[in-house]
Design a protein around this ligand. Structure first.
Ligand code: NDP
Length: 332
């Protein structure tokens, strides 16, 4: 591995904005970085490490993982653990590191779902892979219809009480499940800090009740795939570039997703972004952050350049009514 030594930028807290996560005392940067893609053993470790450095240098304090990020499963946590050890452990108290369990992780009946057995064993494994004593946020990655919600929430409560996690979160829970989960956690004395949900100009499910529940319960909200995995950027405006997620880098986005109808909308959004003197990615992120309920947008980045562009979103988070209605017209 090429030898690089890292000293964080002394001015790292001067430009980033932070928002209070729900009714908790915890603040999160409005832009957070996720390690779902680009950080596995199949990816370039040095690039990943440089992206993490650039993020921390810009005041991004929050890094989001899950047990099965990679590929292979677990490798994003292992790589992140290496980066922590090489560069960031002296700054552990300046970092919010999250991980999750809920989807397929290991063979047999205990490596998937929402059982106490799975969540607690998985958290232990994540801590080992990252070389940490605790994570800041531990999530139930999805609702499990085959496990009593009391059991799943009980496991989160246990992880917080045992000091293996500082806060509890849920992800991909619908509005009703969120209400129930939050009531159980409240009763246990471990409030639900945050909900992680998929939200972008192209995926608007949270507008169908979830945002209202989060606002009522004062639960923080961090939105994932805010750029629709790159569709809401200039990445695919001139075709499908080599090395992009849709060009076979991932099973989660493919050429079939890049339809002429979609690209027509993306071109129009891009023109509006240009008039706002922003990139399309910046406008897509700002559009989410205009909601006060959205604590943070959880982006991915395959290069330092992408990350830097996305961070500059904070330069213009305002929309006129005319711009908002133009966006609605384009998206219709
Ligand atoms: P995004 O929607 O931000 O997509 C990231 C991808 O978009 C990048 O890898 C890159 O694609 C492209 N991109 C980003 N910025 C730019 C730019 N400025 N210009 C051009 N292209 C750009 O988010 P992700 O889908 O990666 O998800 C983010 C995080 O959310 C994950 O890492 C994870 O932490 C979390 N997540 C949580 C889930 C859950 O169930 N809780 C599910 C999914 C994600 P390319 O690689 O082609 O360069």
């Amino acid at each position: 591995m090429k030898h690089i030594s890292y000293t964080p930028d002394a001015n790292r807290y001067t430009t980033m904005q932070y928002r209070q996560c729900g009714k908790s005392g915890l603040k999160l940067p409005v832009v957070s970085l996720g390690l779902w893609h680009n950080f596995g053993f199949n990816d370039n470790f040095l690039t990943g490490r440089q992206v993490i450095h650039a993020a921390f240098d810009a005041g991004i304090t929050h890094f989001d993982l899950a047990n099965n990020y990679g590929p292979p499963y677990g490798s994003a946590e292992e790589n992140f653990g290496r980066i922590l050890k090489l560069d960031l452990l002296p700054f552990r108290d300046e970092l919010i590191i999250s991980t999750k369990a809920g989807y397929d992780m290991w063979p047999g009946p205990y490596g998937d779902g929402g059982s106490r057995k799975y969540l607690i064993a998985s958290c232990e494994q994540s801590l080992k892979r990252m070389g940490l004593d605790y994570v800041d946020i531990f999530y139930s990655h999805r609702f499990d219809p085959n496990t009593p919600l009391e059991e799943t929430m009980g496991a989160l409560d246990y992880l917080v009480r045992s000091g293996k996690a500082l806060y509890a979160g849920i992800s991909n829970y619908n509005p009703e499940q969120t209400q129930k989960a939050s009531a159980i956690l409240e009763n246990l004395g471990t409030p639900c800090l945050i909900h992680q949900n998929k939200y972008s100009m192209l995926v608007r499910t949270p507008e169908e009740g979830l945002l209202t529940v989060l606002e009522q319960k004062q639960i923080g909200s961090i939105v994932f795939s805010p750029l629709a995995q790159g569709l809401l950027t200039d990445r695919y405006l001139k075709g499908i570039p080599q090395g992009s997620r849709a060009a076979g880098q991932s099973i989660f986005l493919s050429e079939q997703n890049i339809t002429p109808e979609l690209m027509d909308k993306v071109q129009k959004l891009n023109q509006l972004a240009q008039r706002r003197q922003q990139t399309l990615a910046q406008m897509a992120l700002a559009w989410l952050l205009r909601h006060k309920t959205v604590t943070s947008v959880l982006i991915g980045a395959s290069s330092v350049e992408q990350l830097k562009v996305n961070i500059k979103t904070i330069d213009n988070l305002n929309f006129t009514d005319a711009e908002l209605s133009e966006i609605e017209t384009i998206l219709k």
